[in-house]
Design a protein around this ligand. Structure first.
Ligand code: SAM
Length: 288
């Protein structure tokens, strides 16, 4: 079997399973053959596959037939300028989160050394990207999930950044520190239980529920806690950056203002929902 035949056969297996079936097959075959750019498949259509390559490739196609996300099959995802390794029980980094980094990249001077705290670090995509933007910075990143902590450490190690970040397992509702940061950033779980029910099976089967769902009625429990309990860990004129869920902006805007913040930038999706916001701390409150 050559590349052309493998692609044709795999297309026919996935055509009714995925809207992006051609792309899926090409990514999976390129990954099996360790070809960096999938387009190179098309200049080698006559290349014969080994028995082993055929078996591996069609095993991945079977996984995709069962709706497993591509990144959970290849165990990697492009994010910012990095190729993130993504562990089984860790959330796949999403493109919206890159927008959050884009907002942050505009408020600090290029090459400035910032101190940051990444709450709910997951794969480490935010932490690693911050170090990509502000290369000599120092940070701390934590997550309640052991797999996430290990995944973040692995990705930092891969890019030789582990010495710049302390990564640890903690619960945001229990962790306390006296440290002051220039930036506190978080993409916490923000879906309401009712929103979770409507997610695609692919997400519900293969992505960790506790990375997505917030127990509170409106999904804002994490933000309420981070704003009120971590505000004293931000320096005056420091920034708080959040990825947020649908219909949460108004409530958070009020809460931020009551806690001494002004919103300096935000990102709106095509459906008019605000997905990312950046707030500046303009008042100091006495420690409670
Ligand atoms: C939406 S994911 C974001 C992961 C990563 N930062 C990203 O942007 O892809 C939320 C993360 O928060 C973590 N998390 C959930 N509850 C937590 C808690 N109580 N304390 C700390 N982290 C928590 C989850 O394990 C998950 O990794």
């Amino acid at each position: 079997m050559n590349i052309y035949q493998a692609l044709s056969e795999s297309y026919s297996l996935l055509i009714n399973k995925s809207k992006t079936y051609k792309l899926d097959c090409e990514i999976l075959l390129a990954d099996t053959l360790h070809i960096e750019n999938r387009l190179n498949l098309f200049s080698n259509l006559n290349k014969k596959l080994t028995e082993n390559e055929i078996n591996t490739f069609f095993r991945t196609i079977k996984e995709r037939e069962k709706l497993k996300p591509i990144s959970k099959i290849t165990k990697k995802k492009e994010f910012w300028n990095f190729e993130m390794d993504v562990a089984k029980k860790v959330l796949i980094p999403r493109p919206e989160t890159e927008v959050l980094l884009d907002l942050v990249s505009k408020v600090f001077k290029k090459n400035s050394n910032i101190s940051f705290l990444d709450i709910g670090c997951g794969s480490g995509c935010i932490t690693l990207s911050l170090l990509g933007i502000f290369s000599n910075s120092q940070g701390e990143a934590f997550d309640i999930s052991k797999e996430a902590v290990m995944n973040t450490q692995l990705n930092l190690k891969k890019y030789h950044k582990l010495n710049q970040v302390k990564v640890f397992k903690r619960d945001v509702f229990k962790f306390k520190t006296h440290k002051k940061y220039d930036l506190i950033i978080s993409n916490p779980p923000y879906l309401k239980k009712s929103d979770y029910i409507n997610l695609s099976p692919s997400i519900k089967i293969y992505e960790p529920k506790n990375a997505l769902v917030s127990d509170s009625k409106d999904g804002t429990m994490f933000y309420n806690h981070i704003i009120s309990s971590y505000k004293n860990n931000l320096k005056l004129n420091g920034y708080l950056a959040f990825e947020i869920g649908d219909n949460q902006f108004k409530k958070l805007q009020k809460l931020l203002s009551q806690n001494g913040f002004i919103i300096v930038s935000k990102f709106k999706l095509i459906n008019d929902q605000i997905r990312c916001l950046l707030a500046k701390k303009i008042k100091n409150y006495a420690l409670q």
